[in-house]
Design a protein around this ligand. Structure first.
Ligand code: S3P
Length: 167
């Protein structure tokens, strides 16, 4: 089976990819899929457990395969884990796909996620981590995106409408 998602959502953790993704899928009458959920289902472990047990490189290798499969199988709305775009092959696979980057500024990110043990990359000093994450990744999100939707100060419904307007 070969398919292409109608919309792929990328952006940092906590930006609302899954909330907006569900709303968007509902508005479009399409299915919703999330690569983090795929990983948890396939591995029978949480993302945090995979990070702790096997380390980040092992997680990224699993994630890369999961994203590749989801891109080939899913024809609805697909959300990628926040770090999926770190992989150059994944970025290449996104060429020709409608990709919306949900963005937020660092202060909004700190406010939304805070100290969050379930998000292993933010377990210590979240503001500093966020600054570094955004600096390292912003240009990668922009590279793959066909549209950028800022989420700061907007409700999930407003963001969903902005995505619909943008695609
Ligand atoms: C990560 C984002 C998370 C999850 C993992 C790593 C990242 O996904 O894949 O904790 O590197 O930004 P969400 O963006 O869905 O929270």
């Amino acid at each position: 089976m070969s398919a292409t998602p109608v919309v792929v959502l990328v952006g940092p953790m906590g930006v609302g990819k899954s909330t907006v993704g569900h709303l968007l899928a509902g508005r479009l009458g399409l299915g919703y899929r999330d690569t983090d959920d795929d990983i948890v289902t396939e591995q029978g472990r949480t993302v945090a457990e995979i990070f702790v047990d096997d380390g980040e490189p092992a997680f990224r290798a699993i994630e890369k395969q999961t994203v590749r499969r989801a891109l080939a199988e899913h024809d609805g709305v697909l959300a990628l884990g926040g770090g999926a775009i770190l992989d150059p092959d994944t970025r290449e696979l996104l060429a020709g796909v409608r990709v919306v980057y949900l963005s937020m500024d660092v202060e909004e990110a700190v406010k939304r996620t805070g100290l969050n043990a379930a998000r292993p990359l933010l377990a210590v000093n979240p503001r500093k981590q966020w600054r570094e994450l955004m600096e390292a990744r912003r240009h990668l999100y922009e590279e793959v995106a066909t549209a950028v939707v800022a989420t700061d100060g907007r409700t999930p419904e407003e963001v969903t409408q902005a995505v619909l307007d943008a695609v």
